[in-house]
Design a protein around this ligand. Structure first.
Ligand SMILES: [Zn+2]
Ligand SMILES: [Zn+2]
Length: 402
């Protein structure tokens, strides 16, 4: 029997198959379209999938944590009327109205997670919980006063923009902000991912990472995080789904990233900290070693006593949290070796230049630079790179490892 395209046959495929790289790859589970199915994934925890138009991702998981007061929802998807309609439909299918939502929890300040949180807060008079470092970008909030029709039109434009975008996953959007403890307006302004200077100097990124520009009004609509009613700290207890959970601060993907831990059932709501198949982007920070923070907090969640189930913001529930953590750490170790070797060869270079060495051209831009910055700063703080300033641009040099 011949099975020319069957599993295992790739060992015998001719190495120069010209169509191999052009064949569409099956989508990763994080890229699957949002399913209408509602599944109880842990006791009193349901998974509802909302469609998102961010490139590289197909859905975001909005988890519902049910109790006798109604429910709390985690990460209620993108802003905009279209997303809102799906959200209310999912709630209805699960037997709830928006008014039954007493709490919204947002794992971090990316729009596919906080998008509809403000509207739920307003319409259901719900509590809105984030980590205390949650970034509320200081764009004005005019977007929220748009008429429904105008919001609809802008959302549609943004969806079309996103569909024509061919760059890296939008999930890799970095949040550039200062240290945890500093919530000054100035820092929040700097945290707007476009239009400002970047901590590694030199390049400015006036445009959001779309192929074509999305107008500022659209950005206001899409990227204005809501104001939390409660900002929690690492270790804060939260009563959800009829039992106690703990807030676990997991900086790295963003500095304000929050996981939730249910010790009784060994369940970790992992947000974008640990995803089942995608390696989350690590945003570089001027004020600290964000990669070290990420690696440390990966260990933290892998070492949670009897962690049995990861519930990610994208993709399916996964059992082996420590295994997934090990794979992500391995990825970063390899990336760092690659960066170090490239830096040794090219000599003194800016972050932008270094990012061009380690990322393919279609990934060039603020996201690639942000992750390169995180990696090179980690090397520097380990004594493997030196840094100086040349006219406001950070220059790095790595020597060969003796
Ligand atoms: Zn994210
Ligand atoms: Zn995400």
């Amino acid at each position: 029997m011949t099975a020319p395209h069957g599993h295992g046959d790739h060992l015998h495929a001719p190495p120069s198959d010209p169509t191999a790289s052009r064949r569409p790859r099956p989508p990763k589970q994080e890229q699957e379209q949002a399913s209408e199915e509602i599944v109880e994934v842990a006791p009193n925890v349901i998974r509802m999938q909302l469609p998102i138009w961010m490139p590289g991702l197909g859905h975001v998981n909005m988890y519902g944590l049910l109790d006798d007061r109604g429910l709390a929802v985690v990460d209620p998807g993108l802003p905009g009327p279209n997303s809102w309609r799906t959200l209310t439909r999912r709630l209805r299918a699960a037997g709830f109205r928006v008014k039954d939502v007493h709490t919204v929890i947002v794992t971090h300040s990316h729009p596919d997670h906080f998008g509809s949180a403000g509207r739920i807060r307003r319409e259901a008079d719900a509590a809105l919980i984030t980590h205390r470092a949650f970034t509320t970008w200081s764009l004005d909030r005019k977007g929220h006063t748009l008429s429904e029709t105008e919001a609809e039109r802008i959302e549609q434009e943004a969806i079309e923009e996103a569909q024509s975008y061919r760059g890296p996953s939008f999930e890799e959007l970095p949040t550039l902000r200062a240290e945890d403890d500093d919530f000054t307006t100035e820092h929040q302004r700097q945290s707007v991912p476009w239009g400002g200077t970047v901590p590694w100097g030199g390049s400015r990124h006036p445009d959001p990472p779309f192929k074509q520009r999305v107008r500022m009004r659209a950005i206001r609509l899409m990227f204005s995080p809501p104001d939390p009613t409660r900002r929690v700290r690492h270790g804060s207890p939260l009563m959800l789904a009829g039992r106690e959970w703990q807030a676990v601060h997991t900086p790295g993907h963003t500095l304000d990233h929050l996981c939730l831990w249910d010790a009784e059932h060994g369940v970790l709501l992992s947000g974008d900290h640990v995803l089942p198949t995608i390696t989350p982007h690590v945003a570089g920070s001027a004020s600290g070693d964000s990669l070290r923070a990420y690696l440390k907090t990966l260990d933290l969640v892998a070492d949670l006593p009897e962690v049995r189930l990861g519930l990610p913001a994208h993709g399916h529930p996964f059992a082996d949290v420590p295994g997934r953590v090990a794979a992500i750490k391995e990825h970063h170790a390899e990336r760092m070796d690659h960066l170090h070797a490239a830096a040794v060869v090219i000599g003194p270079a800016s972050v932008e230049r270094l990012s061009h060495e380690v990322f393919p051209e279609r990934h060039w831009g603020v996201m690639a630079e942000s992750e390169t910055f995180a990696h090179i700063e980690h090397l520097r703080r380990d004594g493997l790179a030196e840094r100086w300033d040349e006219g406001g641009v950070m220059i790095y040099r790595c020597a060969p490892i003796p």
